[in-house]
Ligand binder design. Sequence first.
Ligand code: ADP
Ligand code: MG
Length: 256
Amino acid sequence: MLVRVENVSKQYMVGEQPVTALNRINLNIEEGVFMAIAGPSGSGKSTLLNLIGCIDTPSSGKIHIAGRDVSGRTPDDLARLRGRSIGFIFQTFNLLPVLSAEENVEYPLLQFKELSVADRRDRVRHYLKMVGLADFGRHRPNQLSGGQRQRVAIARALAIRPKIILADEPTANLDHRTGARILRLMRRINRKTGATFVFSTHDKRVIDMADRRVDLEDGEIVRLGVRKAKHEWGFALERAEDDYDDDEETVDAADE
Ligand code: ADP
Ligand code: MG
């Protein structure tokens, strides 16, 4: 198993008040999947991606990535692990505006001292070509469309050859058509290279592109799905209404 999330909870303190962002999450991510984390705003999608991506640590529970426990590590340890194992794609693209597309893709590779300059340049060209931007390497982000900027970000994430690529609402700042094209590109790369992708979305229209889905509500997993056919999902876990409407049940029982 590439990622194991075991009984993970995350609380944030807002002033004196603890806010539960995730509550006892259990999740396995197999290598090579194209997984969607779906749920409304505030349901915990970013928190979950940040924990898997070693940007943040759980309040309780454990996370294993490729067999390594990443839950109890220092910020330095996590940064090192992240730099080599995790590719990130953000909804706001997060490109460095003064760097060209090529330089943006090259940037995270500068920490790989074992790569020669020539190997590094080859890698950059390879991944820019993969995302359809072979002719745009010299362009700065402000000379590219939103869709093209996200393609640069995808190339940058792939270039470190990570174990997993995490994309937090990668289509949120794109029109629907461009967003769907970006997701199709990610899926093509997933199929072609076997790279594992986990993306979050609140756009129901793109969920059917995934082959696994995790539905979050109020920091809990309410459904886990495996895609069977184009618009058909099999659900491994489906929480019944009365599992969580305890209050209403008490009222009903009193009425009878
Ligand atoms: P989503 O990405 O699905 O919109 P988030 O993971 O961002 O959800 O947030 C889940 C919950 O945790 C929300 O109630 C949010 O307000 C809270 N939260 C997220 N990050 C922080 C933070 N740094 N400090 C306090 N509360 C936070
Ligand atoms: Mg979010």
